[in-house]
Design a protein around this ligand. Sequence first.
Ligand code: GUN
Length: 321
Amino acid sequence: MTARVLDGAAVAAAIRSEAAPAVAAFTARAGRPPGLGIVLVGDDPASEIYVRGKLKSAAEVGLRADLDRLPATASLSEVLAVVERLNRSDVHDGILVQSPLPSALGADAEQRVFDAMNPAKDVDCFHPANVGRLVQNRAVLAPCTPAGVVELLERSNVTIAGARAVVIGRSDIVGKPMALLLLHRNATVTICHSRTVNLPQVAAEADILVAALGRPAFVTRAFIKPGAAVVDIGTTQVRDRALVERLFAPGSKRHEAFLRRGSLVIGDVHPEVAEVAGALSPVPGGVGPLTIAMLLKNTVRAAEARAGWAGEAGGAGGERL
Ligand code: GUN
């Protein structure tokens, strides 16, 4: 079997093209576009790339997106002051503080920053009030990556209701909210993690398997029920030539890319899984573009909710999260 590709780039393009008229309608009615404030602290290269992508996509659909940069030496109170300014801003409907924050800010820095955010502007759904609403299935905004995975499955006609779903990874940002969104769509959900006993056997019960643990090519064919839908959320920058050559034959496109760049982004799912799975979202080209598309959608939704127009026809809101 060769798995059908779950094409995240195509689904992301569809979501962006739906966001553009909602942005235009909001702009015409409010006399300003929906606004997003992005906060980037330090110079993590992966975060630089993500943030550049977010700014570019926002501009393409007509959103206002402003970047506040702080040096890696910034103090936590300086970061909190920027969040406070964005909380009070009339022109910013969404706030995104790029994760990870520099470790020098302390282990609890991210939580303190998310706690300080106006929940109505929390387009990541990381504020505890929004996490609570998500648990109760009444969130206005859902976390971008897991929400993007649901869009990918639904728009690719993968049935979630009644399916056995296994999520590998229990992070607050991806694993836990992913499990909740699948549960709210009536999947029977298991969350696996580093202490799970017999992980491959548990994963192999899944009709829908979501890998979000951040270990390159960890999920091999032994984890897969034949015909399952597999979503790979992991992205690890790999420089280890031996690992790359174990996964990708010399002369293959991915091997050539590694030789050109000296590194390769590798997902959590081993390439051999394509021979067993029924459907597979690859890395790259799977979930990455969806995260940004959902950020745009959440920003419009936050703007409409702040204006009191949420759920009206033609907007970004309205449907169940
Ligand atoms: N870093 C990687 N992904 C994300 C995300 O979805 N939101 C934020 N704030 N930071 C990230």
